[in-house]
Design a protein around this ligand. Structure first.
Ligand SMILES: [Zn+2]
Length: 486
């Protein structure tokens, strides 16, 4: 437990933080300035090399290479690094100039800029300006990873070629690759459709959960490879679990890998005789589908939990035929949650599923721990009269859950689903939901029995589930998911 901070040290702490922020602003402005200078130098270097409008492509290519070598030797970096800096500077000074301005102003950092460069690539010029403006709108309050998640959705929505068409082309490229790595290791990668990739990871996670639940199998938590969204420490794991079998201690990430390898090699992953056969372990993956997409009226893209936007055709197939995918429907205009599919009956499971999609992960500012590895925390303690309902529950990872209960960090939920954090220094940080839609209208018929006309009215006077609370019109500072997530 902590005692209350003294006002004097709190003021000094806040002032110190302000100086740190000011320095960050200076650094970002300097980074923007350096990129501008690199582009200016590139133009000058071409001039020095005598490149004109009449120059041949070969002459231009050599001028570029010459400047790459010039910058690399000046900065003492690899030529590949210099080449990337030059290419980035050129795009930022030209087609993505608003991004460079935002870096200069300090409202975004280089992490955001990198995401912008990567996600905007191959977006046709006609869509680019609109995309950039919409992407930058909320960037100031987003960590680079949250920014990247949001602008990926945005890109899918603004791309002039339908996602389904791009997906059909891209899936021709599916394959298995083996890449050598150091120390006698290798990367075995499967380049495949997102829905199959997510389903495979979910199944491996479920199998690992089943193994962890067996008391004789020890694991201990460890950081996982950043490229995987799974293999995180499950909340029911205790770091103090000690090795008790001949298998020795394994991290969860190692366990997931071992199970994957066993399956690929045709071996049944080892399981105790008295535990459930692993074949019956069913993973659950949520797929959020706009209702008109499901009914085939529009091709607005859907959202695969743990991945991002997927095309309408795939979403319809998953919603109809794949038992391990749990369907969540959203309202055509408001993006509000409509109903779960046939797989979930109990209200608490519904609520947990809704919250998992709403939050996406830990709601502490900047934390990227996925919801699957988080606790559901009562914002206002249950013991203090806090209710078990969506506007009093949020995902917190174990670390930030403890932080909330043992330090001066305080949180409160806004009606919009935003969470307002107050730091020990008295600073306020607001985190927005991953999918800011509310559980408003539960009554749309299950499409399995939806012989009901597709445009049957979906009104807010339909009965609400016990935990449904409508967002007051006036406080809706966050655009509905129909805008954000589609
Ligand atoms: Zn966290």
């Amino acid at each position: 437990m902590t005692s209350s901070p003294t006002p004097a040290s709190q003021t000094m702490l806040a002032a110190e933080l302000e100086r740190i922020v000011e320095l960050e602003r200076v650094i970002r402005a300097a980074q923007a300035e350096q990129l501008r200078r690199i582009e200016a130098a590139r133009v000058l270097a071409a001039d020095v090399d005598g490149v004109t409008d009449a120059s041949t492509p070969v002459d231009r290519e050599f001028a570029t290479r010459s400047f790459v070598a010039e910058l690399a030797t000046t900065l003492v970096v690899h030529e590949a690094t210099a080449g990337r800096l030059i290419a980035d500077a050129h795009r930022l000074a030209g087609e993505l100039s608003a991004t460079l301005d935002a870096l200069q102003a300090g409202s975004i950092g280089v992490g955001h800029v990198r995401s912008m460069l990567e996600v905007a690539v191959s977006l046709p010029a006609a869509s680019l300006t609109g995309f950039e403006a919409a992407a930058l709108e909320r960037a100031e309050r987003e960590t680079p990873s949250a920014f990247r998640r949001r602008i990926r959705r945005l890109r899918e929505r603004m791309h002039p070629e339908p996602l389904a068409a791009r997906h059909r082309r891209a899936r021709e490229e599916r394959r298995v690759c083996l890449e050598p790595a150091e120390d006698g290791m290798a990367w075995l990668s499967l380049h495949l459709e997102a829905e199959r990739g997510v389903a495979i990871m979910a199944r491996l996670d479920a199998l690992a959960d089943a193994r962890v639940a067996e008391p004789s199998i020890p694991t201990h938590p460890a950081p996982t490879h950043p490229a995987t969204f799974s293999g995180e420490q499950s909340p029911n794991l205790s770091p103090s679990t000690s090795p008790t079998t001949s298998l020795g201690p394994r991290t969860r990430a190692q366990l997931v890998l071992d199970i994957a390898a066993d399956l690929l090699l045709g071996r049944e992953p080892a399981s105790d005789a008295d535990s459930a056969p692993l074949g019956v372990v069913r993973p659950h993956v949520y797929v959020t589908v706009p209702v008109l997409t499901l009914l085939g009226r529009t091709d607005e893209s859907a959202e695969l939990d743990g991945y991002g936007p997927i095309d309408a055709e795939t979403a319809r197939r998953l919603a109809a035929h794949a038992p391990s995918f749990q369907r969540i429907l959203t309202h055509p205009e408001t993006g509000a949650y409509l109903s779960y599919g046939r797989n979930t009956y109990r209200v608490p499971a519904d609520l947990a599923g809704y919250l998992r999609v709403r939050d996406g992960g830990c709601r502490f500012p900047g934390c990227s721990r996925r919801a699957a590895g988080c606790d559901l925390d009562h914002t206002r303690d249950w013991a203090a009269g806090g209710a078990t309902r969506h506007d009093n529950l949020a995902h917190l990872c174990r670390k930030h859950h403890r932080l909330k209960h043992h330090t001066e960090w305080r949180m409160s939920q806004m009606p919009s689903g935003d969470i307002r954090w107050t730091s020990p220094a008295g600073l306020v940080h607001v985190t927005t939901p991953d999918q800011p839609f509310d559980p408003v209208v539960p009554a749309l018929a299950d499409p399995a029995d939806a012989s009901a006309p597709a445009d049957a009215p979906v009104t807010e006077s339909d009965p609400e589930p016990p935990w449904a609370v409508q967002r007051p019109e006036s406080s809706s500072g966050v655009p509905p998911a129909g805008v954000v997530a589609a």
